[in-house]
Design a protein around this ligand. Structure first.
Ligand SMILES: C[S@@+](CC[C@H](N)C(=O)[O-])C[C@H]1O[C@@H](n2cnc3c(N)ncnc32)[C@H](O)[C@@H]1O
Length: 235
């Protein structure tokens, strides 16, 4: 590896390489309906015969997507830099008798499956690397996808104009109306230490990485979902 290359084992913000952080994350996510998320994913992407397709989940965490996606897709590659997050995901797969997930301890910038995939999913993970490297990660996603393949990218993205100070205060005040103080403190750590970017920057990076953005879903706070299709190859 070149000596100027980004070190993905160096966690920013929440350190998911630690057993405790991984366990806490998995417990905190208890409120999510993972099976429902995968069903919604299939509807939003319009995928009708997943049993013939190969998916890759990048920043797979404790298996949010991969475990349920494996029940539909022929095969799922599940990559994450954290061995501890994957430990939990592997245990879930084993408990469910799932054997078509290929778990790989690897990051956005290194992971390249042995075969081209039809779909890349990544949820709430890309903000762990800086923008320069997000662009590199998006090019890697392009490289692993078949022509016309789907990228479904969900992440925390700032939707407001670059008047960041006032808008950040407003956003935090709004969040406090719906969530407890712990949640808002976590958001502050996210803003201070992690690498969420502006929606308009991410859109530019996605397009420069050879994708067309087919639709974008935004919630009132930070979360965006980009449904994209590979329209250009760089090989
Ligand atoms: C907030 S969790 C999201 C996990 C999962 N996608 C979900 O929906 O619950 C962020 C994940 O990104 C992983 N991560 C951080 N940096 C990464 C990198 N450079 N490449 C791949 N995964 C990374 C962390 O280890 C963690 O598992």
């Amino acid at each position: 590896m070149k000596d100027w290359f980004y070190d993905e084992s160096n966690h920013v913000g929440v350190d998911y390489s630690q057993k405790e952080s991984a366990d806490v994350y998995d417990e905190q996510m208890d409120f999510r309906d993972y099976a429902g998320e995968v069903k919604a994913f299939l509807e939003k992407t319009g995928i009708s015969e997943p049993e013939n397709l190969i998916a890759a989940d990048l920043g797979c965490g404790t298996g949010a997507f991969a475990i349920h996606a494996a029940k539909y897709f022929k095969k799922v590659y599940a990559a994450d830099v954290s061995e501890e997050m994957q430990r939990i995901a592997r245990a879930k797969a084993e408990a469910d008798g799932i054997n078509n997930i290929d778990f790989v301890q690897s990051g956005f910038l290194q992971f390249l499956p042995d075969e081209k995939v039809d779909v890349v999913n990544s949820k709430w993970a890309l903000h762990h690397i800086p923008d320069y490297w997000k662009q590199a990660a998006l090019l890697k996603m392009n490289a692993m996808l078949k022509p016309g393949g789907i990228l479904f990218l969900a992440d925390f993205v700032f939707q407001f104009d670059p008047d960041f100070e006032e808008n950040t205060d407003t956003m935090l005040t709004d969040l406090l109306k719906e969530h407890d103080e712990d949640f808002v403190e976590e958001c502050k750590t996210h803003i201070k230490e992690e690498y969420s970017t502006f929606d308009w920057i991410l859109r530019g990076m996605i397009e420069r990485a050879g994708f067309s953005i087919e639709s974008v879903e935004q919630d009132d706070n930070l979360a965006d979902e980009y449904l994209c299709r590979k329209i250009k190859s760089f090989e």
